[in-house]
Design a protein around this ligand. Sequence first.
Ligand code: ZN
Length: 181
Amino acid sequence: MHFSVLFTHCPACGSVRFIQNNEKSKRCESCGFVFYMNASAAVAAFIVNSQGELLVCVRGKNPAKGTWDLPGGFVDDNETAEEAMCREIEEELRAQVVEAKYLFSLPNKYEYSGLQIPTLDMFFACKLEDISNLQPSDDVADCFFVPMDEVNPELFGLESIKKAVGMFINKNPQAPKGELD
Ligand SMILES: [Zn+2]
């Protein structure tokens, strides 16, 4: 649900005179409080092994539980995108990032607690210190490497990840030319 529908009362004073200010904000006519719904920053990693296979995770929680995903998550307050990328890889795979190279970003909508949260997903190409002993943890149920020609974007449950995987496969020189072109 869009925040403008879900947020019926002013969070500062509780007034119901919490009206639409513009498309991304609401304003309280009682106390003057203004709330902006800006995009939350998120990061996701493309990790490719020496055989040119892509690391794929399986989502352990909703939204889109059980679908394919890339490792990653939300950027915390006071954190850089690079720091968030390192932290998420540590939390989800118990591995250390030695290089995180920014690739591109995509906007997304992330449904959580009935609220549609706008996000800006930033994608990185990551190199890990050691990929031989990845341990799926936190909200990752499983992880495995998939040959690039068997990576199907449709199996990724989140829209921005689906689109990003398609873009990555097309730009990756090791990826075969074919259906995605
Ligand atoms: Zn108020």
